[in-house]
Design a protein around this ligand. Sequence first.
Ligand code: NZQ
Ligand code: ZN
Length: 394
Amino acid sequence: MRSFEYYTPTRVIFGKDAHLQVGTLLKEYGCKKVLIHYGSKSAEASGLLDEVKKSLTDAKVEFVTLGGVVPNPRLSKVREGIDLCRRENVDFLLAVGGGSVIDSCKAIGYGCANPWTDVWNFFLKTETPTACLPVGVILTIAATGSEMSNSSVITNEDGWLKRGCVKTDLCRPRFALLNPQLTCTLPQYQTESGCVDILMHTMERYFVNAETMELTDSISESLMQTVIYNARILMKDPLNYDARAEVMWAGSLSHNGLTGCGTGGGDWACHQLEHELGGMFDVAHGAGLAAIWGSWARYVYQENPERFAQFATNVFDIPCGTDFEKTALAGIEAMEDFFRSVEMPTSIGELGLTLTDAQIQELAFKCSFEDTRTIGTFRRLNRKDMEKIYHSAL
Ligand code: NZQ
Ligand code: ZN
């Protein structure tokens, strides 16, 4: 059995009205002045922002605001946030939104706390941050798990490169206020895209070509079944609180390390392939993953058909005989059927993109860091493999 370290320092407060505790909490953490960071319009339109401001005012916590974070959050907004926080002597960052807002907050936190270098160097991985301003989260979309994770993903408009930061525990949020009700205003596409991302965070850790722990496998399989079941409910009944709650908690557990205990870190090739699509074409992250996963799975499953057969049987109740390959392929098909049932794409074309050969080559070139790295562990993929997967996903 593999050794592992599991560290989840984020304090989670879960349930109806959880977000109203934000003022008291920030006071408790000794915050003097907080940046409220948010997205384009949803937090303002729903009245959430006003509730947050009132909670802070009641607790006598000073604040400044910076909105306008877009999906696939931009480096220019991060720089704006760093300048603002320095000018205003901000000592705490509050993300009110989804993965994009949280990641932008984390990057601002790194930028402020490491004035000795440019923040983008942490995303190029040429430097490692030594500190981060504390981050708190009010989550409005269940998807990335960034509310408990150690990573941040930012897009640099100069070259449209989407890159993950050096992973450190410094940026893990101090607290995450998880009120499933706040996700009820999401468009269906974002809800389901979030569900795919949650599934993928567990699948990336599950599809490893090595010995795993029975307990971790069971947690992962159960988590996947829960998300699939509730994602379907939310197609018909988007205001269903219990389904929203199941999905929200699954989102946090899927990316806080739990489903990777004993699996040695995971594969992550689909995430790397998707990040290039997100950087170049601004697609929703979960939808981009759905568009690629089937092509990746068919490209790699023969490395370990038994693992895919276990997935088919334990997640989709597909009987497993002795023909592991057949069962493996049936499991891949079942996951794609699920994606279709929640109106998620199973090809790049269904994302609304028609890619040229030159664009595929550019995607693979960027994803391979200009042909200097491979991705994936289930099967190690080089630039040519990446091109083939993008091609078969068209
Ligand atoms: O900007 P607003 O108006 O708020 O609209 C957002 C946005 O358009 C909307 N939205 C969010 N909450 C809403 C709402 N609309 C109505 N009601 C609500 N309650 O949803 C849209 C998507 O928001 P975004 O934050 O972009 O979504 P998500 O949480 O999926 O974040 C995606 C980003 O996180 C990165 C992705 O690559 C992508 O850039 N990831 C971050 C990870 C991490 N740090 O650990 C891991 C992930 O694998 C992922 O890479
Ligand atoms: Zn993801």
